[in-house]
Design a protein around this ligand. Sequence first.
Ligand code: SF4
Length: 195
Amino acid sequence: MKINEIFYSLQGEGYWTGTPAVFVRFSGCNLKCAFCDTDHQNGRHYTTEEIISEIQKYPARHIIFTGGEPTLQLSCDLVERLHALGKFLHIETNGSIRLSDDIENNIDWITVSPKDAPIKIQRIDELKALYHGQGQDMAALDSICTTNPDCRYLQPCDVNNPQENSRILSETIEYIKQNPRWRLSLQTHKIIGIR
Ligand code: SF4
């Protein structure tokens, strides 16, 4: 599997905010979002053993497969072997690729952050959508069902401009107040200055 990096930090966003986790950042993505700020093109090939050995350096039980787009590479073998070690396995995906039934039925948590592509994944435990500001067409996002009705997070998009970010945050808060099925997700790792 081509991996960009494996690191230990706290989950900064959504339902698991504040939870210590090992992040396995897969290299490569099937989409090309204009606002993508993730370095996921570089990386090197890891064997399953190398990934497990890197993960085992850290005490956390929670493992987050992210990217890039982790569904392009995540294997049943890795899932089974990490489960055998007692790990809680969480995947963050753009939802545009179907997972194999084996992985979809066995992984512990699926977070979908939809982008500009149809959702193909069947199970969504947590929806984490980006909000770009007033005028965004929310019909498609509003119609997505989650296994946990309370896990619908709206996150203001970071456009790298403090004034614009402040406007988008205010408009996100206003949208949530008007549409209370949503909850606010902030990129707390950026606020507190960790990875
Ligand atoms: S889906 Fe995510 S990782 Fe892929 S290009 Fe879009 S923002 Fe970047």
